[in-house]
Design a protein around this ligand. Structure first.
Ligand code: IMP
Ligand code: MG
Length: 187
């Protein structure tokens, strides 16, 4: 069973709910009374989908959603900060959009720092960033998100959208896998 592969729960279902409520309230506050502009939550596939879905239902401010899918080019291009875009935002009115990029976790900082730059270059009205989890000790590029759910230590985590080999995304909490989960020696 999936649950039996979890050595330790790091962020409980209840804490995740509290994080979502807190961040939604802050976004509502920050976007209150702005003149014009369409609030757009931009989820980074696939890890952010569960968090994004919960955030949508907690936000009182009317908003739209979009998605992007990106990946690293690989070790050779590490210093350039380049990412490969697999799915882009297909809209031409970014100049009217206040974008909140929604991520599952920040590790090296590469993904979000690149995306903020990219969306600004495409003319977005404003861009800010939101992440459920943050591993500041892993940073390779100096980057701080505007909305941070919780900092976690340098451990590989799964659940609530985050995967290992496409598994464990459906868990309602965030946890650390047992060593057996990596070797595949347990069922
Ligand atoms: P960054 O560009 O290094 O900040 O990469 C962040 C991305 O790496 C996230 O969107 C995740 O897809 C992935 N990632 C980093 N740490 C973890 C983890 O502990 N579990 C699952 N995915 C992770
Ligand atoms: Mg991701």
């Amino acid at each position: 069973m999936t649950d039996s592969m979890i050595a330790k729960v790091l962020v409980t279902e209840r804490e995740i709910d509290e994080i979502g409520t807190r961040i939604a309230a802050r976004i509502d506050e920050d976007f209150k009374g702005r003149d014009g502009g369409r609030l757009v939550l931009l989820g980074i596939l696939k890890g952010s989908v569960v968090f994004l879905g919960d955030l949508m239902r907690k936000l009182k401010t009317p908003h739209e959603i979009e998605f992007m899918k990106v990946s690293s080019y690989g070790a050779g291009t590490k210093t350039t900060g380049q990412l490969k875009i697999h799915l882009d935002v297909m809209r031409s009115d970014l100049g009217d959009c206040d974008i909140v990029v929604v991520e599952d976790i920040i590790d090296s900082g590469r993904t979000l720092s690149y995306l903020v730059k990219y969306l600004k270059e495409r003319g977005a009205r404003s861009v800010c960033t939101c992440t459920l989890l943050d591993k500041p000790s892993r940073r390779e590029i100096d980057f701080t998100a505007d909305y941070i759910g919780r900092e976690i230590p340098d451990e590989f985590v799964v659940g609530y959208g985050l995967d290992y080999d496409e598994k464990y995304r459906m868990l309602p909490y965030v946890g650390v896998l047992t060593p057996e989960a990596y070797t595949g020696s347990a069922k």
